[in-house]
Design a protein around this ligand. Structure first.
Ligand code: NAD
Ligand code: IPM
Ligand code: MN
Length: 356
């Protein structure tokens, strides 16, 4: 198969983990006889430094012309510590999602059995957890009108959803549930927010098209609690942009670490495959980052954008075999991990490559 992949590493550990993710894709191409071509483009802080814009037009043009994008992360401490900065790396990420119409962000919470001990949650509570989040990605408080008034002393961010936006993400979630455990939990705050009441009303309507699927509605505060109390009760979760952002960072602890969670952002055109973690300033440049979120994002890319199921599974299996062999990065090591089995970004990448 011939495909053109745009690699967009971005900032911080995005650079380090995406390099490994790309190597894994190259190995798959070699092993399975595919012709993948690659290009690179800038986003985030590195793009601001080079061009003044967090998402240069050239990057957007290249994204549209590619079959898929392998994305790293954006963010830099300079902006995190300066709330007055007008141009920010995260604007590049949000503009990319909007411009490419990436309204559905799939975040699988896949727990490898080998990592049962890496979580702060008890193994007997965790074992068998397998959740698929559908986070709406181009609406909500992220994209509504925002600003200041009263001479800058009052700030506002408006949350907005249309019926159409809720319907299309709900359908994606129900379609996925039909191929899994036939359970959907819709998470909202319908006891307070009008956008959530429209959300719930719309999900109830879409649910009628899927009589085989069991639907449950939970308020976000309760859902946050249930994720830790009994993660096994979850199958597919569908939720709004902001709730999905927060709940999936929480859910990363079911999988052991932020460094394990991949995602697929899909919609109207080119799909973007991105770890859920950020640029992780605290470990940038130290070679400590876990590249598995990027590697597993590459697996999602092969499966969802290219329909290469066996290739995708070969990657997941190589990650699993590496964990079975006892290798860990620092974020997923526990008290029982021997020091010499704790590897850096490139070294664990090599172990995974060997097993493809
Ligand atoms: P973060 O996800 O970067 O890091 C949170 C914690 O998890 C840190 O302690 C970090 O070291 C750890 N961590 C994350 N990924 C890891 C990995 N692969 N291996 C090992 N440890 C890992 O979140 P943050 O610290 O809140 O944000 C840092 C910057 O990243 C900010 O500028 C933020 O805006 C940005 N951010 C970007 C994205 C994105 O590009 N999609 C996502 C989240 C945050
Ligand atoms: C994510 C990130 C982004 C988000 C930020 C960096 C804009 O946290 O991809 O989860 O909130 O969507
Ligand atoms: Mn996030």
């Amino acid at each position: 198969m011939k495909k053109h992949i745009l690699v967009v590493p971005g900032d911080g550990i995005g650079q380090e983990v995406t390099a490994v993710g790309k190597k894994v894709v190259e190995k798959i191409a070699e092993k399975f006889g595919h012709e993948f071509t690659y290009d690179e483009a800038l986003i985030g802080h590195v793009a601001i430094e080079a061009t003044g814009s967090p998402l240069p037009e050239e990057t957007l043009v290249k994204m549209r012309a590619s079959d898929a994008v392998l994305f790293g992360a954006v963010g830099h401490p300079k902006y995190d510590n300066d709330p007055t900065a007008k141009v920010r790396p995260e604007q590049g990420l949000l503009k990319m999602r909007k411009e490419l119409g990436l309204y559905a962000n799939l975040r699988p919470i896949k727990l490898f059995d080998e990592l049962l001990g890496a979580s702060s949650i008890k193994p007997e509570i965790l074992k068998g957890s397998d959740i698929l989040f559908f986070r709406e990605l181009t609406g909500d408080i992220y994209f509504g009108e925002k600003g200041r008034k009263n001479d800058g002393d009052t700030a506002y961010d408006i949350a907005e959803y249309s019926r159409y936006e809720v319907e299309r993400i709900a359908r994606k979630a129900f379609d996925a549930a039909m191929t899994r455990g036939k359970k959907v939990m819709s998470v909202d705050k319908a006891n307070v927010l009008e956008t959530s009441r429209l959300w719930r009303e719309t999900v109830q309507k879409v649910a009628k098209e899927y009589p085989e699927v069991t639907v449950e509605h939970q308020f976000v505060d309760s859902a946050a609690m249930l994720l830790i109390k009994n993660p096994r009760q979850f199958d597919v979760v569908v939720t709004a942009n902001l709730f999905g952002d927060i709940l999936t960072d929480e859910a990363s602890q079911i999988a052991g670490s932020m460094g394990m969670l991949a995602s697929a952002s899909i919609g109207d055109s080119t799909g973007v495959y991105e770890p859920i973690h950020g640029s992780a300033h605290d470990i940038t440049g130290k070679g400590l980052a876990n590249p598995m979120a990027s590697i597993l994002s590459a697996a999602l890319m092969l499966d969802i954008s290219f329909g290469l199921k066996a290739e995708s599974e070969a990657i997941i299996s190589a990650v699993e075999q590496t964990l079975k062999a006892g290798f860990r990065t620092g974020d997923i090591a526990d008290a029982s991990t021997p020091k010499d089995m704790i590897l850096g970004t490139d070294a664990i990448g090599e172990e995974i490559l060997k097993r493809i």
